[in-house]
Design a protein around this ligand. Structure first.
Ligand code: DSN
Length: 462
């Protein structure tokens, strides 16, 4: 085996799959709200020799030799992480080793919430995330609900906005050790001040999971969780546009001053670092950490700020465009990078619409809407703008994108009206009715013709 061989000749099978995926990304419209296109330099760091090194422990305190350079990489990443969010090193520490967002959240609970201690996060069908303690009547779905006791808070089913009064009322009874202010599908800014007040009232720690919006926070475009929270977690590959990875920021120094004048100090640093390693992970992924550092350097540039402004302007254009076509947007709008479309007025569900959109080259995901009775048949579509904004689309381009989405939804209605009630019957009709197949093909080719006009960050040839 020649270890110097190029992937094109060494493994043509995998190379071909990578090439095909690149083609799919180039010819399609990626609108999954949690996705983005990492820059070429981020991808170069990911493909570097840093992947070869084991470095369990912290910079300067490793369990293996040969980490002189790796220490510098990790310390630089930590420094850039604080700079990107305007944090003072005396007040905030950061662990950049979590492999992604769910492991970061689990590490936080492991560190500061005792086993079977109580957490409160946004109910997943109302826009929360699995790792905020999700469970159903029949199953503790996420490990965060197996090893910790969770009680969700919800949105108001009419306004689609978080019901903070109800959260407070339930928190006063449930007395959680931690409240999680974080979302996976919620298009409005979070009221971190209100979360803080509730957390203080019940003696809870406040964790913000800013994974979806960390790029917007770094650019100063939306309120920062750092003003009010004890701990902040994030992934690095969504609006932040880095590689897939995770970070945990934790407060240091004085937590509060007692009436006696005595200082109560934060004790999060050791607990969090030890929960990540050796608690839950082994060696950090050093190539990932270097790639995060590259993305964080980009995140302090004026271009990055403009990019985030455009992400939000595009989300507003998408929202208004869909509303003008008669669609209902949950909460009536967006403050961020995504919209949630409620398809109940169209008598459609998210799964069928997602399938047709996928077939015409537009990637979105089905999502529950507030008040949905079944999580198995969600009525909504979550649609985001970060990835297409990285390809250079502006508001007027989103007018075209709205037209494509609308056509695909009309086509969904057409197929629904003439197929049986099950999803299987719907899919059969979609793939076998020649007239429908031709319509899908025609729309897909128009989507492609539009999409290939916009360049894709990364490498040109693969
Ligand atoms: N898949 C990501 C999201 O959409 O929120 C996180 O798990």
């Amino acid at each position: 085996m020649n270890l110097q061989e190029d992937i094109r000749t060494d493994d043509p099978e995998i190379y071909e799959l990578i090439r095909l995926e690149k083609e799919r990304q180039r010819k399609g419209l990626e609108m999954i709200a949690s996705e983005n296109f990492a820059s070429r330099s981020v991808q170069q760091a990911l493909g570097s020799c840093l992947t070869n090194k084991y470095s369990e422990g912290q910079p300067g305190q490793r369990y293996y030799g040969g980490n002189e350079i790796i220490d510098k990489v990790e310390l630089l990443c930590q420094k850039r992480a604080r700079e990107a969010f305007g944090l003072d090193a005396d007040r905030w520490g950061v662990n950049v080793q979590p492999l992604s967002g769910s492991p970061a959240n689990f590490a936080v609970y492991t560190a500061v919430v005792e086993p079977h201690g109580r957490i409160m996060g946004l109910y997943l069908p109302d826009g929360g995330h699995l790792s905020h303690g999700f469970m159903t009547q029949n199953k503790r779905v996420s490990a965060t609900s197996v090893f910790f006791e969770s009680f969700p808070y919800k949105v108001d089913p009419v306004t689609g906005l978080i019901d903070y009064d109800k959260l407070r009322e339930n928190a006063l009874m449930f007395l959680p050790k931690m409240i999680v202010a974080g979302v996976s599908c919620y298009s409005r800014n979070l009221d971190y001040k209100r979360f803080r007040e509730i957390a203080d009232e019940v003696g809870a720690l406040l964790l913000a999971d800013m994974a979806h919006v960390s790029g917007l926070v770094a650019a100063g475009e939306i309120p920062s969780p750092f003003d009010y929270c004890d701990i902040v977690t994030t992934t690095t590959h969504k609006t932040l546009r880095g590689p897939r990875s995770g970070m945990i920021f934790y407060r240091k120094g004085v937590r509060k001053v007692l009436k006696s004048g005595e200082n109560v100090m934060y004790d999060l640093e050791k607990k969090i670092n030890e929960a990540v390693f050796p608690g839950l992970q082994g060696g950090p992924h050093n190539h990932q950490i270097a790639a995060v550092a590259v993305a964080l350097r980009q995140a302090v540039t004026p271009e990055f700020k403009l990019y985030q402004k455009q992400v939000m302007a595009n989300a507003k254009a998408l929202c208004t465009g869909l509303q003008n076509k008669g669609y209902t947007i949950v909460s009536g709008g967006t403050d961020t990078h995504l919209v949630l479309v409620d398809l109940r007025p169209q008598k459609l569900d998210g799964a069928r619409a997602e399938k047709v959109l996928e077939d015409v080259g537009i990637a979105v995901n089905k999502n529950t809407c507030p008040g949905d009775k079944s999580a198995l048949k969600p009525s909504g579509l979550r649609i985001g703008t970060p990835a297409l904004t990285s390809r250079g689309l502006k508001e007027e381009d989103f007018d075209r994108v709205v037209e494509f989405i609308h056509e695909a939804i009309l086509l969904t209605q057409e197929v629904v009206s003439s197929s049986g009630p099950t999803l299987r019957e719907f899919k059969t009709k979609l793939s076998t009715d020649q007239e429908v197949v031709n319509k899908v093909k025609a729309l897909k080719s128009r989507v492609e013709e539009f999409a290939i006009k916009f360049s894709l960050p990364g490498f040109d040839d693969w």
